[in-house]
Design a binder for this molecule. Sequence first.
Ligand SMILES: [Zn+2]
Ligand SMILES: [Zn+2]
Length: 386
Amino acid sequence: MAKDYYDILGVSRESSDDEIKKAYRKAAHEHHPDRGGEEAKFKEVSEAYQVLSDKQKRSQYDQFGATFDQAQAGGASGYGGADGFADGQNPFGQQGFNVNMEDIDLGDIFGSFFGGRRRAASPTGPITGDDISVAVDISFKDSVFGTERELELYKRVKCSHCKGNGAEPKTKITTCATCSGSGQVRQSRQTMLGAFTQVITCPTCKGEGKKAEKPCGQCGGDGRTKDNRKIKVKIPAGIANGQTIEVSGQGEAGLRGGSAGNLYVTVQVGEHEVFKRDGYDLKCEIPISFTQAALGDKLNLQVFDDRVKVELPAGTQTGKTFRIHNNGVPHLQGSSKGDLLVEVKVITPGKLSGREKELLKSLVEEKGESAEVRKDKKGFWDKLFT
Ligand SMILES: [Zn+2]
Ligand SMILES: [Zn+2]
């Protein structure tokens, strides 16, 4: 008998994700081996939760579970499994088909039902095309403002000769006789535990439900060929180095009606000679003269294509950082921006003209050593000799 995951967790088929989560927590708590619970029961609960907490697995299980129900109902009304049938008699009607279960690896069947979206373990049925991953280099400025790139990809595409159906044009495609076009067949086998029935992909048409009389001469019936394709990819403003853009459906074409894979574009952002990025903030370091620092100044900074005003107050110290709000990198979501952080470095002049020297000397004579410097010096000497 098949396990009912809903029964195991004690929830109904209509339960919400939240209810399932709650039920799982409770059951896991109850059956945890560390708390004296039964390990087998705990495993069962975990398995049930693994399936029911995953949207895709749950919906597959819902369909799959229904098949089990039918098999059980069939058994009860006297079918008794595959061994009980007379030749040519088919308990499952038109779509029925009995395959020797020994030929099929159960893992494969579960793979195709419960496996991921891509590269299902089953070699039959629709298969999603492979994903393609590429890296593109962009400039720092382009990462701040966004850009667009045209990529040329050599990839599997739908065959233009047969339009993807795998048949030579003007030849017939017939409905598969094995599965009557449904692409699925049931198989049964008698086990010690009773009749076991499983729906599998039709081995004749590999799940397509139809067969080409004459396979396409261009793609050999695969429905796909390799070709160059150009695709424009929008790179959003604010993207950071190493981030990846997903372009859905632009990977390789799928097989037997499977959807195309995705294209993943990983962005590598170059360095900028002035600006660095810290989250969404832009940082830069600018040199100012000691007269600008002492007297104050109004700076008009070139920040890419814009001008940004920074007001230096008189007495600005080296290393002081000014934050200019909303002048940084745009957030990927929403319309706000980070800040611009400007750190000033006071440059002491190395070479002075005779006139400059005179002026500075008269400044020293005028002011002497400033009170602030004297105070700093005193602290320094005190620390050194105590
Ligand atoms: Zn073709
Ligand atoms: Zn078939």
